[in-house]
Structures are given as C-alpha cells and as structure tokens.
Write a protein that binds this ligand. Structure first.
Ligand SMILES: Nc1ncnc2c1ncn2[C@@H]1O[C@H](COP(=O)(O)OP(=O)(O)OP(=O)(O)O)[C@@H](O)[C@H]1O
Ligand SMILES: [Mg+2]
Length: 253
C-alpha cells in the first residue's frame, strides 16, 4: 500500500508550495515511485510544478455524463472510464500527477464516482508514495485516500488566524472517517524564532511543529515568471527547509 503524505490548511497559507517542494525533494532524493494528487477543485499544483494538465478526473466525469452512450464500440463502460483515467495521468520520469478537478455537479453521479474512485484507488496501489495537495476543506481527503493518511501536515502561515484554522481542522478530523497515522504542523513564512504567543497557541492545540519554512523571495519570483518550483536551486531557503522537514520530521519515509 502506498504511504500517503497530505497537506491541509487555510486558503493561501502555502499548501501547494510545500507539496510542490516535497515532490521536488522526493525526486532529488530518489524516493519513488510517487503519485502526486491535486485534490483541489481550483487545481494549480500542475502549474506550480510546470505541467500542462489536459484533463482532470472531473472532466472525465463530465464528458461521460454528457454522453453516457458515447462509449466506443467494442468497449464497455468500465473499460472506457479506465481508459479515460489512464489518459488523465501525467507521467514524468520521477513522479506522476493526477488532477481531480471539479467535484460533482448536479444530478446523480454516484455510479461514475464509484467507478472512478475505484480506479484511482487501484492506480495509487502502484506507487510507493502519494503526495496529496488539498483544498482548504477536508471533506475530500477521506474520499481521495481510501480513508487513510500516513502523514498529514497542517499548514499555517505565521499568524494566529492560521493557527485557529489548524485547530478547527484538528477538531474536524475527529469527526471524519479518516485514519491519520501522524499529524503535525508546518509553519510557512515563519521567522527563525517563533513568538511566545504563537508557541502558546500551538501548545494549546497540542500538535508538534514539524518544520518552519522561512519567507523565500525566490518563490514569488518563480511565481511571477511562471517557472516550475521543481527548478528552484538546491540552496533556496524554502528548498533547504523542506529538505530538513522531510529528512527529520517525516516518519513515513
Ligand atoms: N515560504 C514562503 N515564502 C514566500 N512566499 C510563499 C511561501 N509559501 C507560499 N508563498 C506564496 O504564497 C502564495 C500562496 O501559496 P500557495 O498557493 O502554496 O497556498 P495554498 O495554501 O496552496 O493556497 P490555496 O488555499 O489557494 O490552494 C503563493 O504566491 C506562494 O508563492
Ligand atoms: Mg493550493
């Protein structure tokens, strides 16, 4: 079974950035095979790591639902959907990417969703690691990962508001059918020394801080130039911080 590493947290705190840097780390350190999953309906993980995403699982669902009879002759529904999922998988030498895209619209999509979830589950079994970039909500995590997450990083920026979102997600997790093996906080754009007020709030939440990613001007520069974060130099502040995080605080590697 693949080891699932996932990221959750408030909007805009840096989940996709950290997920991209973890994909970069996995490639650089020869940890493979990796399946990266963009589980955010406003998907942008592909863009951050410099990949064109021609088709998402959401697109497949829509195409199929628009014309359920349009199955090529000689194929049944299951083979056809499987073929479409295989086409949506973006393959790279060191990792593959699957983009989930929009969630279901109106109408009953249960049957198609079940088939698609079944395929994505089967597909993920071929990988040693799965890196899942989430939307701010947590609902989909339980569906996307067969209910198990080996390492869940709750990402927050260096603010008490970000931490409050971490606290909410932490509380919400208890009500979800999700088996989280390891749980820790990652602080983005944090200073070298975290303030007492911040640490006091963290202590109340009762979760460890696995790592602090400093403010890295190179990230803004790459964003502006639409460059892939996989091309960041080895000595970038954020690359070094994610290396430390994964080397020291990722018990599933
Ligand atoms: N450590 C950092 N230093 C500087 N800028 C950063 C850092 N982390 C993230 N950013 C910037 O913050 C912005 C938001 O980051 P990102 O898209 O990763 O957040 P997100 O949590 O995935 O957002 P969303 O909830 O919209 O998916 C980006 O422009 C990114 O370049
Ligand atoms: Mg994101």
């Amino acid at each position: 079974m693949s080891k699932v590493i996932a990221f959750a947290g408030k909007g805009g705190v840096g989940k996709t950035t950290v997920a991209s840097l973890v994909i970069r780390y996995m490639s650089a350190s020869g940890k493979s095979p990796v399946l990266a999953v963009d589980a955010d309906p406003n998907s942008n993980l592909g863009e951050t790591i410099g990949l064109e995403v021609p088709k998402t699982i959401g697109d497949i669902r829509e195409t199929y639902m628009k014309d359920p009879q349009g199955i090529p002759s000689g194929m049944d529904k299951i083979n056809y959907l499987q073929l479409l999922v295989e086409q949506a998988l973006i393959e790279r030498p060191t990792f593959d990417l699957l983009v989930m895209g929009r969630q279901e619209g109106q109408g009953c999509y249960c049957m198609v969703n079940n088939i698609l979830n079944n395929f994505t589950d089967k597909l993920s079994a071929h990988y040693k690691y799965m890196i899942v970039d989430n939307e701010a909500g947590m609902e989909h995590l339980s569906r996307r990962t067969s209910g198990r997450v080996d390492m869940l990083y709750l990402v927050t920026d260096y603010s008490l508001r970000g931490l409050r979102a971490v606290r909410r997600i932490h509380t919400m997790l208890k009500g979800l059918k999700l088996d989280v093996k390891n749980l820790a906080i990652v602080v983005t754009r944090g200073p070298e020394k975290l303030s007492d007020a911040f640490l006091a709030e963290v202590a109340e939440i009762g979760l460890p801080i696995a790592g602090v990613i400093p403010n890295d001007a190179a990230l803004l520069e790459f964003d502006m130039e639409r460059r892939s974060l996989l091309e960041l130099p080895d000595d970038s502040l954020s690359v070094l911080a994610v290396k430390k995080l994964m080397d020291e605080q990722c018990p599933v590697l």
